[in-house]
Ligand binder design. Structure first.
Ligand code: NI
Ligand code: MN
Length: 242
């Protein structure tokens, strides 16, 4: 666990991640809890949420957003169209934004960056357009920078994200089929120039077959590189990531 003032990141299975910031704020990304076969459970995982970020509208990223937002009263940041939908469901404190923008909240800077993926919301029997899929660069109060790519393939713009924001850690999907596979994720690591990676969006279902071992093999020539292949429910501290 982190020392006081450090950042802690916990993987809650699939693309769901919790960041505890240096000043004690809890950020939850892509809440997929109830239907997530990889969610480790434990109400304490989502008892306290100060800031909720949503990368795109697919069920496996937005499923529990309304419930978490209403129960915790947290601030929500997502693309404009997703915020409009959340507000239509009664969620308060939504800040809609778009690509390239930065929203500052409690000394935490959240920048929305591109992802190459689709984005719709399934609402009952309706499918609603949800803008475009995004990733987030999150600069915490102590200067530590986290990049959560959302669902995406690798793209050359990742080199811009690396150059502009120099993330300290990247949460990258490796499962294949709906996102990058481990070979593409290794190229993403090269483009980002990042030294520490937490693989996500793998193993949830058999179809997401990319593994951290394959990522290690594909990225063996990248040095220095830490691949923190944690299990759902496990945490890493800032010291583990630098
Ligand atoms: Ni998706
Ligand atoms: Mn997904």
């Amino acid at each position: 666990m982190a020392e006081d003032g450090d950042v802690t990141i916990t993987w809650l299975g699939h693309a769901t991640a919790r960041i505890e910031s240096s000043s004690g704020k809890t950020i939850l990304i892509d809440p997929f809890l109830t239907d997530n076969p990889a969610f480790p459970g434990g109400a304490s995982s989502v008892d306290k949420v100060d800031l909720l970020l949503i990368t795109h509208g697919h069920h496996d990223h937005v499923a529990d957003a309304v419930e978490v937002a209403e129960r915790t009263g947290c601030q929500v940041i997502a693309i404009y169209e997703i915020c409009a939908w959340l507000e239509s469901k009664g969620v308060k404190n939504c800040t809609g934004m778009n690509m390239g923008g930065t929203v500052s909240w409690e000394s935490i800077d959240v920048t929305m960056v591109p992802a190459i993926h689709s984005s719709t919301i399934t609402d009952g029997d309706k499918t609603i357009p949800a803008g475009i899929a995004a990733g987030f660069v999150i600069r915490l109060e102590n200067g530590f920078v986290v990049y959560h790519s959302g669902d995406t393939t690798v793209f050359e713009g990742m080199s811009l994200i690396g150059r502009l924001y120099s993330p300290d850690v990247a949460l990258l999907p490796i499962g294949d089929h709906f996102t990058m596979d481990p070979r593409q994720a290794a190229e993403a690591i090269r483009l980002l120039g990042v030294d520490c990676v937490i693989p996500i969006h793998h193993g949830t279902w058999p179809i997401l077959k990319g593994t951290p071992e394959e990522l290690r093999e594909q990225s063996r020539n990248i040095k220095p590189l830490k691949i923190l292949a944690i299990q759902p429910g496990e945490s890493v501290s800032q010291q583990d990531m630098v």
